[in-house]
Design a protein around this ligand. Structure first.
Ligand SMILES: Cc1cc2nc3c(=O)[nH]c(=O)nc-3n(C[C@H](O)[C@H](O)[C@H](O)COP(=O)(O)OP(=O)(O)OC[C@H]3O[C@@H](n4cnc5c(N)ncnc54)[C@H](O)[C@@H]3O)c2cc1C
Length: 716
């Protein structure tokens, strides 16, 4: 469950679920469910008292259960009424005697509201006029059903004479509306998530062409993509709720970001679920048909009310706000301050005002403080810091545009593996180098015929006494031309079954005779190399780990890398902040008025970035708690990679050709970083395991079968 929700709230959610199962049923109850009876039961059970305790997480937990059952009980409306009305009225709401529904109106004097839910069972309209901060409570005098997509149908509602008018503080109205829109969004999200759950279950049981359909790549990719959207949206809701409960000043913006992201994604997840379910989900006997109506009806209302919510672009641009922060705990945040101070000490600004760092000074200072051996045990010269601190270090370094990237990668990719698998001699030689940030390594995994399918690698090492003779070719070896060593994966058993059981790792000096490096410039401008190994003779002492045990060494290195998957999100946060800095110079010219297409694009990107950050936080917390198998890490990686591409493209859409100019051009927006970021972005989707492969892994984590297992089933 998401981070902002307390365990007691989850218990409450379970209680609500049990009552709903009993009194409402599943989503197929939408057209005939007894909403009036449920309203009475809910009042008896105290569901409408949550506002008095400001139990936002309890509200969210309960609304999730309503959404999953396509039930429009206006629990959120009652909560909002409790926030805005006096204690006596609040008590009437709690008892179910006064049953209000909220209508957000443009005209402060109107007596009519459209698209209202649960009006036949309600007694009052709470008319909220956000612009003027006016709140009126009036009895419902007439209800006219307006059937369509929403089931039960929306209504046009006429209010009688105002019973109570509240002179509400605009901040209180804004707060209440933030809760209201978040509630609506959570309900849509929960309905989509239920659709997704049904789709996952279907994908693991339905057979076509003699296979379980979850074994088809297309189904795996879609299911995993939907799962990522759901997980990110939930993480974002958890974050918003956390801010709300803490009474943080960042709560309205955090809520607006969550609402925006759900508005952008819930409907596509629901479509995805329908696609996986096929015809079965298209008929009214199935929950999906009713969930579909619920998701789309809620989301269209969300969009309609967006103009009343916090304007994300105004907050970020005109008001100079940043995306709401995340906290990894006291110790980690203290450590963050230490890292920031260190970076500030070594910051440089060139004659064009471009920021950079004194890389050598920074490296030396980091080495002195043990930052390149942060997570290592003390006996290996490390600081024995936890996952949260390691994530913080990586985030801060990426945010600072990676001034010591290579040294950081050596720690992450090689350090942990050498600690675990290296001989005492290897540890004595390499760990001090890594600790000082001075190991210039490159990674020799990929080959012309072995990319995603790394286990098929062919570069051969043959034993010759105390030595090995290596022959083969490695592709896309980044920075091989300046490396002192290559971390090389080779085949030592050509007949091994499975193939990955015949691979061994060596750590080889690049100046060993027989190694030839051919340089290529990547789209990003970085140099990657093809490296030829011709009768390269290396001593057995360069082997890391067991003969034929290289896969273990590789996967350990990759697991260590996952600790720092937050890197993409931190890199993108820096890009967003650079973009905002530029937009603030002339917002009206660069973005246009409220509601413009450019502001909309900016808001969508910001919400997606916040979602990626929330997922990273969840993954970090899961790993810190020992839950290393959690899917949050690969999900954060996939989302971050795709966002990197979209972000790179989005910045150019917002700023136009100016943003396509390079760093050589004086005065270019973002110092020329935007076009480079766009050119770099596909790397986040391809390098280190493509997003397709990651999605297949996520699908398997959800219980979908491997493609070949599904195929074997057919053969039987
Ligand atoms: C900038 C950059 C730097 C790199 N640096 C290094 C480095 O330093 N050292 C190194 O060893 N390697 C490096 N690589 C290589 C990287 O690891 C590979 O690009 C990556 O593993 C994918 O392999 P491939 O490019 O051969 O693509 P392929 O594996 O050929 O994939 C091509 C397409 O097919 C899809 N595909 C393949 N198999 C499946 C499947 N089972 N299911 C679904 N879709 C599938 C992929 O998702 C992709 O869309 C780098 C790559 C880049 C882009």
């Amino acid at each position: 469950m998401s981070t902002g929700i307390r365990a007691e709230a989850e218990d409450f959610g379970r209680t609500v679920a049990a009552v709903l199962d009993d009194r409402w049923g599943d989503a197929t109850a939408a057209p005939h469910g007894d909403l009036a009876g449920l309203w009475r039961t809910a009042a008896e059970q105290g569901w409408f008292e949550l506002a008095s305790e400001r139990a936002l997480d309890f509200l969210v937990a309960a609304v999730r259960e309503l959404g999953a059952r396509a039930c429009p009980l206006p629990l959120v409306d009652a909560y909002v009424a409790g926030l805005l009305l006096d204690a006596d009225r609040g008590a009437q709401v709690a008892s179910g005697q006064l049953r209000p529904i909220v209508a957000v109106v443009d005209d402060p004097d109107t007596d009519t509201a459209d698209h209202c839910e649960a009006a036949p069972q309600a007694t009052h309209l709470l008319l909220v006029h956000p612009a003027g901060g006016r709140v009126r409570l009036a009895p419902i005098s007439r209800t006219e059903p307006t059937p369509g997509l929403a089931v039960p149908a929306w209504s046009r509602v006429r209010a009688g004479a105002t019973e109570t008018e509240v002179a509400a503080d605009p901040a209180a109205v804004a707060d209440a509306l933030a809760v209201w829109t978040l509630g609506l969004a959570v309900r849509a999200l929960a309905a989509a998530e239920r659709g997704h759950e049904l789709a996952v279950a279907h994908a693991t049981t339905r057979e076509q062409f003699g296979r379980v359909i979850g074994g088809f790549g297309a189904v795996q990719q879609r299911v995993a993509a939907c799962h990522i959207e759901m997980a990110a949206a939930n993480a974002l809701v958890g974050d918003a709720v956390g801010h709300g409960l803490a009474g943080s000043g960042e709560w309205p913006l955090a809520a607006a970001l969550a609402v925006r992201h759900i508005g952008d994604t819930a409907t596509s997840v629901m479509f995805g679920a329908q696609h996986t379910l096929g015809a079965i989900g298209f008929f009214e006997e199935h929950e999906a048909a009713w969930l579909f109506r619920r998701v789309h009806a809620d989301v269209v209302r969300l969009h309609a009310h967006a103009r009343h919510a916090v304007r994300i672009s105004r907050a970020l641009v005109e008001q100079g706000r940043s995306l709401p922060s995340f906290h990894l705990g006291e110790a980690a945040e203290r450590f963050r301050a230490e890292v920031r101070a260190l970076l500030a000490e070594h910051r440089l600004v060139d004659e064009h005002g471009r920021e950079g760092h004194d890389q050598e000074g920074l490296r030396a200072a980091m080495a002195e403080r043990g930052l390149f051996s942060l997570g290592w045990p003390q006996e290996a010269g490390g600081r024995q810091a936890g996952v949260a601190e390691q994530a913080v270090l990586n985030e801060e370094m990426k945010y600072a545009r990676g001034p010591v990237d290579r040294a950081m990668s050596a720690t992450m990719l090689l350090g942990h593996s050498i600690l675990r698998h290296g001989t005492p001699e290897q540890q004595a030689e390499f760990l001090p180098l890594i600790r000082r940030g001075q190991l210039r390594f490159c990674l020799g995994y990929s080959e012309p015929e072995a990319g995603s399918d790394l286990a098929s690698l062919r570069t051969r090492a043959v034993r010759d006494g105390d030595h090995w003779v290596i022959n083969g070719q490695k592709s896309w070896t980044t920075r091989a031309h300046t490396a002192s060593h290559v971390w090389l994966a080779v085949r030592t058993d050509p007949d091994a079954v499975p193939r990955h059981a015949g691979i061994t790792i060596f750590l080889v000096p690049m100046d060993t005779p027989g190694i030839t490096v051919q340089q290529y410039t990547a789209l990003s401008g970085e140099v990657s190399c093809t490296v030829f190994y011709d009768d390269v003779r290396v001593p057995d002492s360069m082997r890391v780990g067991e003969v034929n045990g290289g896969w273990r060494v590789i996967t350990d290195a990759l697991a260590a890398e996952r600790v720092v998957m937050g890197g993409v999100a931190a890199t993108l946060l820096r890009q967003l902040d650079d973009l905002l800095e530029h937009l603030r110079t002339d917002p009206e010219r660069l973005l246009g008025a409220d509601g413009s297409a450019k502001r909309d694009r900016l808001e969508s990107l910001a919400a997606r970035l916040q979602a990626a950050r929330a997922l990273v936080l969840e993954a970090t917390r899961a790993m810190a708690g020992g839950g290393a198998s959690d899917l949050a890490a690969p999900m954060a990686g996939v989302l971050g990679g795709e966002l990197a591409e979209d972000f790179g493209q989005g910045v150019l859409e917002l700023l136009g050709p100016e943003a396509a100019l390079g760093a050589q051009v004086p005065g270019v927006p973002g110092g020329g970083g935007f076009e480079r970021a766009l050119r770099t972005s596909p790397m986040f989707v391809i390098g280190g395991g493509t997003n397709d492969i990651q999605r297949a892994i996520i699908a398997r984590g959800l219980g979908l079968p491997r493609e070949e297992r599904a195929a074997r089933k057919k053969e039987r």
